[in-house]
Design a protein around this ligand. Structure first.
Ligand code: HEC
Length: 102
């Protein structure tokens, strides 16, 4: 019985991890990849010539929050203020964690 409970806990933990991972990826692919590229490496005018690839989850999260509170931004910050403002705190973390894996 103990073993059963343990396996159940493991399966649940795994399911939660997978659900979070896919929601960060889904968010990125549907809302961000158009400007930043599927792999985060696109540095076109539409992305303000910045690349997300190679940045840590913590950096991305700080920048996204910075757009919302006005403490971070470049010449095209208005574009990102709109995008970042639509994300919940959980979505911000999930998408930042996904970007770090690109
Ligand atoms: C309409 C095009 C567009 C979309 C869609 C978009 N971005 Fe951006 N992103 C930009 C532009 C333009 C900049 C540069 C803004 C500036 O000048 O600060 C930028 C900058 C950023 C930066 C800062 C990078 C750095 O190192 O300076 C992050 C992080 C970012 N975007 C994440 C995201 C995420 C996450 C999403 C999806 C939720 C997203 N972006 C969707 C255009 C877009």
């Amino acid at each position: 019985m103990k073993l059963f409970a343990l396996s159940l806990t493991l399966v649940l933990a795994l399911a939660v991890t997978v659900a979070c991972a896919s929601s960060g990826a889904d968010l990125y692919n549907s809302k961000c990849s158009g400007c930043h590229g599927k792999d985060g490496a696109k540095a076109a005018a539409s992305s303000g010539n910045v690349t997300l690839k190679g940045q840590s989850a913590a950096d991305i999260e700080t920048k996204l929050k910075g757009y919302v509170d006005g403490s971070f931004g470049g010449k095209k910050m208005k574009v990102m203020q709109k995008m970042a403002g639509k994300l919940s705190p959980e979505e911000t973390t999930a998408v930042a964690e996904h970007i770090a894996t690109l």
